[in-house]
Design a protein around this ligand. Structure first.
Ligand code: GRF
Length: 200
């Protein structure tokens, strides 16, 4: 008889508001990401609003401040914290820091990110403003695997969002965010369905 798959342990990295983190927690608890558990939420910013939200949800939180530290040294500490909690899958959710080679290698093929555009259009900062400035009629959001290229890794899932003539950065961001909150849990569930997701 086949042994049941062990529960996948997710580590979520944030730097700010944490609304995608909350969407992932809600989805795990509602069974929309089956056979998974949120092991920890790590922030590189001590004042990230998402920290209080995670704590309220009863999730372990950890601040590993990046200020004044080299990327490699900071990442080593984050990786150690994730490994100590036996994290299988790392979800970047508004984590505003590029990962070092060492981090990528430690969780090779097991790091996801969400970005508020239809990649490969508009990578980097202010994706919603980039879309408005460019005059595109459709934009959206993308969940992708993280590699060494900024917002450039293999795409897992995307959702399109209409851009209206009277949209502002705020109104467009809000409509994209609503889709992000649905898309990220779906993409995580999809990745966890892969037979090899649980690589040691
Ligand atoms: C989201 O728009 C996400 O796509 C981008 O940063 C924002 C984070 O928002 N990477 P939140 O912290 O999840 O609310």
């Amino acid at each position: 008889m086949e042994r049941p798959k062990p529960e996948a342990r997710l580590g979520i990295l944030i730097s700010g508001r944490g609304s995608n983190m909350v969407a992932l927690v809600d989805a795990v608890r509602a069974g929309r990401i089956p056979n998974a558990k949120i092991a920890i939420v790590v922030s590189d910013q001590p004042d990230a609003a998402g920290l209080a939200k995670a704590a309220e949800l009863g999730i372990e939180t950890l601040v590993i401040e990046r200020r004044g530290r080299h990327r490699e040294e900071h990442d080593r500490e984050v990786v150690a914290a994730l490994q100590a909690r036996e994290v299988d899958l790392v979800c970047l959710a508004g984590y505003m820091r590029v990962l070092s080679r060492e981090f990528l290698d430690a969780f090779s093929g097991r790091i996801l990110n969400i970005h508020p555009s239809l990649l490969p259009s508009f990578p980097g900062l202010d994706a919603q403003k980039q879309a408005l400035d460019h005059g595109v009629k459709w934009t959206g959001c993308t969940v992708h695997f993280v590699n060494e290229t900024l917002d450039g890794g293999p795409i897992i899932a995307q959702r399109a969002v209409r851009v209206y003539d009277d949209d502002t950065v705020a109104s467009l961001s809000e409509r994209i965010l609503a889709e992000e909150h649905k898309l990220y849990p779906e993409a995580v569930a999809l990745v966890l369905e892969r037979p090899d997701h649980h690589r040691p």
